[in-house]
Ligand binder design. Structure first.
Ligand code: 5GP
Length: 190
């Protein structure tokens, strides 16, 4: 998606360890016009797929996912990060290893909000090693819902998450795919 690529070229900052900072329009200050355009694009890509739930993970996926849910006219659910053990079985749980924070945490979704008959589109800001996306897809699978696919804003295609997830048969539509990035030369797209 040209609009997003241009914005990354203009305002993205390449940090050590293969991290792209996009705080000016995506992860801290949010450009809602851009979010709206991104949501329209995923709506076009997944038209006719019968999506009736949008699923994301807190925190940075939420802003984007809300616009996508508005496009599809359906609810938006965000998986919560938690340290509380699931003792009463009222939630689906999955373990996720954070790429940016380098630690493992549990994510949960209440059973009330996801189940058989649901057709789920997962939305997230980044795809790096694929842990977040695979964790969310496990929640969908455990719930008995159908995973339609994923919409990713920025896929770092030089990391192996995209390959890993697609190999599992999950459809992934990324709006910007980064082939390489360097603090000197900037970002190149696939
Ligand atoms: P993965 O689980 O695919 O390794 O990483 C995805 C998650 O890590 C995303 O939800 C995102 O929050 C975060 N992330 C991964 N790489 C980057 C990056 O380069 N920049 C930022 N801002 N977040 C990232």
């Amino acid at each position: 998606m040209q609009l997003l690529e241009e914005r990354i070229r203009r305002d993205g900052k390449v940090r050590a360890g293969g991290v792209l900072k996009v705080d000016g329009f995506l992860n801290h200050q949010m450009d809602v016009e851009l979010f709206e355009a991104m949501a329209r694009e995923w709506h076009r890509l997944y038209a006719g797929a019968g999506v009736n739930k949008i699923l994301t993970i807190e925190a940075s996926g939420i802003g984007i996912a809300v616009f996508v849910a508005k496009e599809f006219g359906c609810p938006c659910i965000f998986a919560k990060k938690t340290q509380t053990r699931n003792i009463d079985g009222s939630v689906y749980t999955s373990r996720v290893e954070s790429f940016t924070h380098g630690r493992v945490y549990d994510v949960i979704v209440a059973r009330d909000f996801l189940g058989p008959g649901d057709r789920v589109l997962i939305i997230d800001d980044f795809l790096a090693k694929g842990a977040a996306l695979l964790g969310l897809s496990k929640l969908v699978e455990d719930s008995g819902a159908e995973l339609v696919g994923a919409g990713i804003a920025v896929e770092k295609a030089f990391q192996d998450g995209g390959k890993l997830v697609r190999e599992r048969g999950i459809r992934v539509e990324s709006l910007a795919r980064i082939a390489s990035m360097d603090s000197e030369t900037g970002v190149t797209f696939c």
